[in-house]
Design a protein around this ligand. Structure first.
Ligand code: PMP
Length: 366
């Protein structure tokens, strides 16, 4: 295409698209490195087999996957939608329930970035009600908004906090006849007792988001779930693409949700939770780590003197972690995903070296 043609195409794009700043995913914003601790993936990856041929279109909502997830989550099959990651669940909820240029969503930063970006790309306003002390919902602030959807992330990315059940119930009670309350449980397997899925039968306007990307170690699969009242699921089914789940994805998801797959997931959660406790203990002793958030997920948020410098120092050691300092309500913070035992050993060595050297420089300047 000539340059002239290229610019003509650019003028054809919608104003919204021209103005949109896309989500900077961990994978798109950083490359290289040998140890990837920047995307909250699971390094303890299981291997799967594919069989069959792929000449036929797949089922829109493959029964084996839906039934297995319903059994795993303790809900009925008609309360489950499978999608291309929880990200597609977020997008479908906004597209199905928010009238463009009219409705709004409420989010509680610092939190996952895709709620706001999906809303923006659907011309939906975003009410931002900051978490209190970056851990509890500001209920009065949330009640002062008039949204169609309220997004609550628990455990919250990037802080790792679980939002107390009483607070989620208070939000559910307040928005009984006016909004859906979406609880994003992408990391719930690391703290399963905190799930609000048992409340689904009590609150028809509760929606729970889940994924195979984290504890199940299948971020590359792109498979997530929305759990909700059948009326909500039916609305989303009207909006989803005809064949959203590729056949290989359905086959692997069904294996991951078998008894053996779930047992393997639980084992990897136990390993990661132990590695996380060890890392939190270490980080708390490092001079220069100003705050360590008590995580309930497979990542830990740390406040440091200079987040960009810390990220760069680890890049020099071939390790990628994520700078989260641009998040509303946070300053100079890095998020470290929990990797394999070997990766955590490399991280420990690199962090000790960085923070002890920093201390040395400070001492020289003292
Ligand atoms: N919610 C949260 C809180 C997340 O951190 C992520 C992934 N980073 C997602 C949803 C999206 O998950 P998926 O890979 O299933 O699209």
């Amino acid at each position: 295409m000539t340059e002239q043609n290229g610019s003509a195409v650019n003028t054809l794009a919608r104003k919204l698209v021209k103005d949109l700043v896309p989500y900077a995913s961990a994978r798109s914003s950083m490359s290289g490195g040998a140890v990837w601790l920047n995307a909250n993936e699971n390094a303890l990856a299981p291997a799967y087999q594919l069989d069959g041929t792929f000449n036929r279109y797949p089922s829109c909502q493959p029964k084996a996957v839906i039934n297995a997830y319903a059994a795993y989550a303790g809900v009925k099959s008609e309360q489950v939608l499978v999608s291309r990651g929880a990200d597609e669940g977020i997008e479908l909820l906004i597209r199905s329930f928010c009238e463009p240029n009219t409705d709004s969503i409420t989010i509680c930063p610092p939190t996952y970035g895709m709620y706001a970006i999906s809303a923006q790309s659907h011309q939906t306003a975003v009410n931002k009600v900051l978490l209190l002390n970056s851990e509890r919902l500001d209920l009065d602030g949330i009640f002062a908004t008039n949204p169609k959807l309220v997004f609550i992330c628990s455990p919250n990315n990037p802080t790792g906090d679980v939002i107390p059940h009483e607070q989620i119930i208070a939000v559910l009670e307040h928005f009984k006849n006016s909004a859906l309350v979406v609880v994003d449980e992408a990391y719930i397997e690391f703290v399963p007792e905190a799930s609000v899925a048992p409340l689904l039968n009590r609150y028809p306007h509760l929606v729970v988001l889940r994924t195979l990307s984290k504890a199940f170690g299948l971020a590359g699969l792109r498979c997530g779930f929305t759990l909700a009242n059948p009326d909500v699921i039916n609305a989303l089914r009207k909006m989803i693409a005809p064949y959203p789940i590729a056949e290989p994805v359905a086959q692997i998801a069904a294996q991951a949700l078998s008894a053996a797959g779930i047992a393997q997931m639980k084992q990897s959660v136990a390993t990661i939770n132990t590695l996380r406790s060890d890392f939190i203990k270490l980080a708390s002793t490092l001079p220069g780590v100003l705050k360590v958030w008590p995580s309930n997920a497979n990542y830990v948020l740390l406040q440091v003197a200079d987040a960009a410098d810390c990220v760069n120092a680890l890049i020099d050691a071939d390790i990628l972690i994520r700078n989260q300092s641009s998040q509303l309500g946070l300053t100079q913070v890095v998020r470290v995903s929990i990797g394999s035992p070997d990766e955590m050993q490399r991280l420990t060595t690199a962090m000790q070296q960085y923070f002890l050297t920093n201390q040395q420089i400070k001492r020289e300047h003292a």
